[in-house]
Design a protein around this ligand. Structure first.
Ligand SMILES: *Cc1c(COP(=O)(O)O)cnc(C)c1O
Length: 408
């Protein structure tokens, strides 16, 4: 009945946390869109780094410093290869998607004039709204919003109308973290380029499920966070086209990002170091590289196929529950299900599920504009990963049925 090429039992043995109990029940972890769990391959890479290599990078002539530098730069190359960036120095290590977007938005301050226009979508995470609003306050540029339609997809005809000669940058997510919808980013990028605008794609929610090719997309900026792709927290990457990264001013000043420092004038280091002031999260970078290897070993096609199988199955069963409504229930989505049950608060459902050992997210998912659109306080969000099983889906469905029965 279920078609999966993955050996889920063997995969689950790679994740110690999946073995634990919560509230006396085996954990069912369905909050993968908030953060994914960490396999031993990543935990070991970080632990080995601290046991055998730990030193500061790019500074010392001593052996440890050189080994640490090599490991950090090898991770950068893994990320470059994975996303098919043309050059390793087009990959900037950041603390994650939030940092990456702030870095770019801050840099745009030097290019914008009053009356210039920026385009965002109604479907964004706050991380891809607020930094640009701050930029607008500083520069007098204006924020235009692509609205969403009834089923949660972007209204692309409004987008076409919003674009114009004053549009300088368009920023949307590849996949919505609140609804799981995959946005038509190829079309978004092409139309933006037609008016000479740059594009930033927030890939935090896409990269756990698919492998974007930044050259094929021809995108100016693409972001990812390691902790959503089985890597550690506090590390991520910004891809930027070389010409743009050269144009953008540095975001933070400090050590590592300079060429020459005098009190008269400081010149900046070359890419990527210009954007990597201070000691980076070296162990995190090494763990990030290990996570990419781990995911590629399993294979993204098999990952997506299994996750979609789980989602379709769960969707079918959830829809049988009276009064249950799924938001963004469209064909083109990743394994995220956002729902509410008529008359019930999402928080109450989430709390009861937690008592049964089932972890889901409840609330606005850092996307208040979407919740305002649907006029709801939030949703219950179940997000699936390749290590989730059909048995867990059954426990989740039974849990929702039980919770709804208790609350009604
Ligand atoms: C998680 C997420 C972010 C924020 O990522 P951080 O790792 O917290 O910086 C931004 N956008 C989307 C779509 C996300 O899912």
């Amino acid at each position: 009945m279920y078609s999966t090429t993955l050996d889920i039992t063997q995969i689950r043995a790679d994740f110690p946390i999946l073995q634990r109990q919560v509230n006396g029940q085996p954990l069912v972890y369905l909050d993968n869109a908030a953060t994914s769990q960490t396999p031993l391959a990543v935990i070991d890479a970080i632990s080995d780094y601290y046991k055998h290599t730990n030193a500061n990078i790019h500074r010392g002539v001593h052996a440890l410093s050189q080994e640490a530098t090599d490991e950090f730069e090898a991770a950068r190359q893994k990320i470059q290869t994975h996303f098919n960036a043309a050059k390793a120095h087009e990959i900037i290590f950041t603390s994650g998607t939030t940092h990456s977007i702030n870095l770019v938005a801050n840099g745009f301050a030097s290019f914008l004039e009053k009356g210039d226009e920026l385009i965002v979508s109604e479907l964004e995470h706050h991380a891809n709204i607020v930094p640009w609003q701050m930029l607008c306050e500083r520069t007098g540029a204006q924020l235009k919003v692509i609205p969403i339609t009834e089923n949660g997809t972007l209204d692309m005809s409004v987008y076409a109308d919003l674009l114009g000669a004053r549009t300088k940058v368009v920023f949307v997510n590849h996949v919505s973290n609140a609804l799981g919808i995959i946005n038509p980013i190829e079309e978004i990028i092409e139309k933006a380029h037609a008016v000479g605008a740059a594009v930033l794609i927030d890939g935090a929610q896409a990269t756990p499920h698919m492998v974007p090719d930044v050259q094929a997309l021809d995108v100016e900026f693409y972001t990812t966070s390691a902790h959503k792709i089985c890597g550690p927290t506090g590390i991520g990457a910004l891809y930027g086209k070389e010409a743009w990264l050269r144009k953008l001013p540095p975001y933070q000043g400090g050590g590592e990002m300079i060429d020459q420092v005098t009190f008269e004038k400081t010149t900046y280091a070359d890419l990527p170091h210009k954007f990597e002031a201070g000691t980076p999260n070296i162990a995190g970078g090494v763990g990030f590289g290990a996570a990419i290897d781990y995911m590629n070993n399993i294979g993204f096609d098999a990952i997506a196929a299994h996750e979609n199988d789980l989602m379709r199955h769960a969707t079918k069963k959830l829809k049988k529950i009276e009064g249950l409504h799924i938001y963004g229930d469209v064909e083109n989505k990743v394994a995220v299900i956002s729902f509410n049950v008529e008359g019930l608060h999402p928080y109450d459902i989430g709390t009861l599920l937690d008592k049964m050992g089932i972890a889901v997210r409840t609330g606005h998912h850092c996307c208040q504009p979407i919740m305002d659109h649907f006029q709801i306080p939030g949703t219950v969000r179940a997000s699936f990963a390749f290590y989730n099983t059909h048995e867990e889906v059954e426990r989740f469905i039974a849990g929702v049925e039980k919770a709804v029965g208790m609350l009604r």
